[in-house]
Design a protein around this ligand. Sequence first.
Ligand SMILES: [Zn+2]
Length: 255
Amino acid sequence: MHEMSLAGGILKIVEDAAARDGFARVSRLVLEAGALAGVEVSALRFALEALSPGTLLEAAIIEIEQPAGRAWCMLCSQNVSIGSRTDPCPCCGGWQLTPTGGTAVYDAVVESLKPFAQRSHQRAAIVIVSDGADTASDHSIADIRPLVRRADAFIYAIAIDAPSRRPVSGRPDPYALREITDASGGYTEVVHASADLAPATARIADELNRQYLLGYAPPRGADGKYHSIRVRTRDTSFRVRARRGYVAEPYADGR
Ligand SMILES: [Zn+2]
């Protein structure tokens, strides 16, 4: 069951976050599964509840939100929201629908950056797990670029390109994902089955545990502009992954 390995991947992410940030209990876990993403919400909930005894999730309230899918109606000539692939058009009741969405990667990044900015622990990362190309976002990659530049978030992505299970939105686009992740100092990994999620998240957690935080005062002060940075080591046998730049903004207190 595909949901069982998804649940295993989710638990792994929670456990890694707990090890890093030193929390021992999760009271509420909020997940979002697009209506057309091919995730059976009740099966995912069942899988999480089956896995949770003896883990951090044991007493957690699990909330799984299911944003509506989108489809193009031939008769209405417009995009409409549908709850499942078998629904008729909500406007005309017709059945000539072509699913167009369900994967809103860019919107998810924008939404995740908001709570990220208010986090209480310095070390944290955003991990995007997606099995399809972005087709449903209100935001574009051009909207995300300045947000990523201003955020101090490491963004990683795991693209599941499973030949056996094509979502309606088509194959994930690792180039678009890399444009988001690489500028932040993270990376994108393509895996071919959802069973590969757990080892892929373990690699991300491992990298986060070996991070160094370097800082310096920019010579030009807080000029509000974007500056590129490059981190190098004297020993050229090391490969450094670091963010590629920053926006020199003044602190909120005016410094
Ligand atoms: Zn219609």
